[in-house]
Design a protein around this ligand. Structure first.
Ligand code: ATP
Length: 240
């Protein structure tokens, strides 16, 4: 396989004296969906923040499209094409759906392109078009998650980092949103790295998976192989 689009190499990240990421390495190839599974507190969010530049790693490299990006300012990393859809959605509740989407493209001065991206978002999430003039705070949890993903797409990402997109959603909504993520990958070629506690949804969607425990990667493989693994079934898929 050709060289990976995103290469994470031996990253260590700390909160003060607490080592939250303990030497993590992973690859995401262009066009892939890669899922990182792990329990609460495994370090998944910290890893995402380290890739998107919200946190600086103490050690290691993050190489994106052959450029080292670790420790760069978050806006530089966005410009390079890495868009982070954070945990808990974080839409602006008093701004309308349209205004929230526009913020996802605030650095883009090509208005025609911005409108093309808005149409793309509306095509995948028609409910956002219906509610485009509504304040985001009045949307349901699932619609807010759609808006957070839509805002990410407005930045025309080369890779989207998705932190727990299933959090707090009903199984039916998880199915719906993950179905749309799959279509975005297959039809638009959007590369994705997502972290999830919902292991079955994450492995169904992904091509490749990594398992994180206490700041380390403890297992990785094709999503298909991971789904068959007894350890994964016992500890993450709840199969007895
Ligand atoms: P979750 O699903 O709860 O987000 P996670 O796998 O994303 O879990 P992290 O949030 O990355 O895990 O946390 C990794 C470790 O770092 C945990 O031990 C956590 O207690 C610790 N941690 C997270 N945020 C902070 C912080 N702001 N200050 C100190 N320690 C933190």
């Amino acid at each position: 396989m050709s060289d990976a689009l995103l290469k994470v190499r031996n990253i260590e990240s700390f909160y003060g004296p607490i080592m939250a990421i303990r030497g993590v390495s992973l690859d995401v190839h262009q066009g892939q969906i890669v899922s990182i599974l792990g329990a609460n507190g495994a370090g998944k969010t910290t890893l995402m923040k380290t890739i998107s530049g919200v946190m600086d790693p103490e050690k290691g490299q993050i190489i994106f499209a052959d450029q080292e990006i670790q420790g760069q300012e978050p806006h530089k990393i966005v410009q390079a094409g890495i868009v982070h859809v954070p945990e808990g959605r974080e839409v602006f509740p008093l701004l309308t759906v349209d205004e929230n989407l526009s913020l996802g493209a605030y650095t883009d001065i090509d208005r025609a392109r911005v409108e093309r991206h808005r149409e793309l978002v509306f095509n995948y999430f028609p409910i956002l078009k219906e509610r485009r003039n509504q304040e985001a705070g009045t949307l349901s949890g699932g619609q807010q998650q759609m808006l957070a993903i839509g805002r990410g797409l407005m930045g025309n990402p080369r890779i989207m980092l998705l932190d727990e997109p299933s959090l707090g959603l009903s199984p039916l909504l998880v199915q719906e949103i993950f179905g749309i993520l799959r279509r975005l990958n297959e039809e638009e070629g959007v590369t994705m790295l997502l972290v999830e506690q919902n292991a079955s949804a994450a492995l169904e969607l992904a091509h490749h998976g990594y398992v994180m425990e206490v700041g380390r990667i403890v297992m990785d493989g094709s999503a298909e192989d991971l789904m068959k693994s007894e350890d994964i079934q016992n500890f993450y898929l709840g199969v007895q």
